[in-house]
Design a protein around this ligand. Structure first.
Ligand code: ZN
Length: 347
C-alpha cells in the first residue's frame, strides 16, 4: 500500500472542473470529489499542522502562522507541532515516508524532519530553484524534486504545491491568472500521478487544499492593531495579538474579558475561541486586518474554511475512503487517522 497526499495550497472548489484540472478530475473518476473543513484561522501553518497530527491547533500548539514564545512572535516553523505527527507514526511502524514541500517552512511546521526523507533539506529554500511569485518553490520545481526522490517508492508521501496560493494572492482567487495557474498546477499533478503508474493498483491518493481565498478590496485594510490597542490594553495589558490576512489572532492565555472586548470592537464581525485556545476574529467580506500589499486575494477568516477533497487511486481501499469522504464533510484532522488506518495502524 502506498498513500500519496498532495496539498494544493488555497485551491478553491470552483477550480475542480475537467476544463481547468483534467488530471485531478480524472483521479476522482476512480473515487470522489467532496468537501472538507479546515481549522481556524484559515491560514497555511495551523491547517498543515492539523493535517499531520490529527488534532486541533489548541493541542498541536500552532494556533497561527506565527506563535508567541517568551513574549515574541516567531514563525511556526521554528517551533513545530507539540503532538506526534504522521511522520513520527510511520517511523514507529517501520514505514518509509517522504515529505516534499513547496513552502520550505512547512518542513518545520509539519515536523517533516522525522520523515525518512524530506525536501527541501532542513526546510531551507534550495538556492537557484525556480520560484513562484511570492518566493516559494514553483510547482514544477517541487514535482521535479518529488520525482527525483522517487516518492512513489515510499509507503507514505506528502507533497505540497504552493503556487496556486501565490497567484491567487496577487491576482485574486477568481482571476483569469488563478484559473490558468490551476491548470498549470494540474499539469504538475499529472506528472506526479504518472510516476505512480506502475504502482497504481497499490496506491491511494488524497488531494486536499488547506483553505480557500477570498477577494479583498485594495485599500480596504483596517488598521486593527491601533484599534485593538485601545480595546485590549485596558482589559489585559499583557495580551498579545497578531493580524494576518483577513483575520486577527489573540494568543492563548489572555484574560477572559479580552474575547468579549474584541468581539464588541468596531470592524470585527465575528470571532471564535477564547482564553484557552486563543481567539480568532475577522471583519466583513473583503476586509484585510493584516498587511495590505495590494493583493487581490487573501485568507484567514472563517469564510475561507472550505477545503477541496479528492480521493482516488487503484488500490481497492480507495473506494471505501472515497465513499466515506463523500458521505460527510471531512475535518482537516481526519486525514491523519484515515491514512494511518489505510497503512494498517490504528492511531
Ligand atoms: Zn495555504
Amino acid at each position: 500500500m502506498r498513500v500519496l497526499w498532495v496539498v494544493m495550497d488555497a485551491l478553491g472548489a470552483d477550480k475542480v472542473t475537467s476544463e481547468l484540472m483534467p488530471n485531478l478530475v480524472a483521479l476522482s473518476s476512480t473515487g470522489s470529489v467532496s468537501h472538507g473543513i479546515g481549522v481556524l484561522p484559515t491560514t497555511t501553518y495551523p491547517n498543515h499542522a492539523t493535517f499531520v497530527t490529527g488534532v486541533e491547533p489548541a493541542i498541536h500548539g500552532l494556533y497561527a502562522n506565527d506563535v508567541l514564545r517568551a513574549d515574541r512572535w516567531v514563525g511556526a516553523q521554528t517551533v513545530g507541532p507539540d503532538s506526534p505527527t504522521i511522520f513520527d507514526r510511520c517511523r514507529e511502524l517501520g514505514l518509509k515516508s517522504v515529505a516534499v514541500l513547496g513552502d520550505q517552512n512547512l518542513v518545520g511546521v509539519c515536523g517533516a524532519g522525522a520523515a525518512t526523507l524530506h525536501w527541501p533539506p532542513g526546510g531551507v529554500l534550495v538556492e537557484g530553484i525556480a520560484c513562484g511569485p511570492t518566493g516559494y518553490a514553483a510547482d514544477t520545481a517541487t514535482v521535479d524534486a518529488a520525482l527525483e526522490l522517487g516518492v512513489e517508492q515510499f509507503e507514505f508521501a506528502m507533497v505540497h504545491l504552493d503556487e496556486n496560493d501565490a497567484v491567487s494572492h496577487i491576482h485574486g482567487p477568481h482571476s483569469e491568472e488563478a484559473r490558468a495557474q490551476a491548470t498549470a498546477s494540474d499539469i504538475a499533478l499529472g506528472r506526479l500521478f504518472e510516476a505512480y503508474g506502475p504502482y497504481w493498483d497499490d496506491t491511494v491518493v488524497i488531494v486536499l487544499s488547506d483553505h480557500s481565498q477570498e477577494d479583498v478590496e485594495p485599500g480596504a485594510a483596517v488598521d486593527m492593531s491601533a484599534r485593538l490597542e485601545e480595546v485590549i490594553a485596558p482589559v489585559d495589558p499583557s495580551a498579545r495579538w497578531r493580524c494576518d490576512g483577513t483575520c486577527l489572532v489573540v494568543a492563548p492565555g489572555m484574560h477572559p474579558d479580552v474575547a468579549e472586548a474584541v468581539r464588541g470592537s468596531v470592524g470585527v464581525s465575528g470571532a471564535v475561541g477564547g482564553q484557552q485556545e486563543g481567539l480568532v476574529a475577522w471583519g466583513s467580506d473583503g476586509v484585510l486586518f493584516g498587511l495590505d500589499w495590494g493583493q487581490g486575494g487573501d485568507h484567514g477568516s472563517i469564510r475561507c474554511r472550505a477545503q477541496v477533497v479528492v480521493v482516488g487511486g487503484g488500490h481497492p481501499d480507495a473506494d471505501d475512503l472515497a465513499n466515506s469522504a463523500a458521505d460527510s464533510v471531512s475535518s482537516a484532522s481526519s486525514w491523519y487517522r484515515r491514512t494511518l488506518s489505510l497503512l494498517g495502524a490504528v492511531p
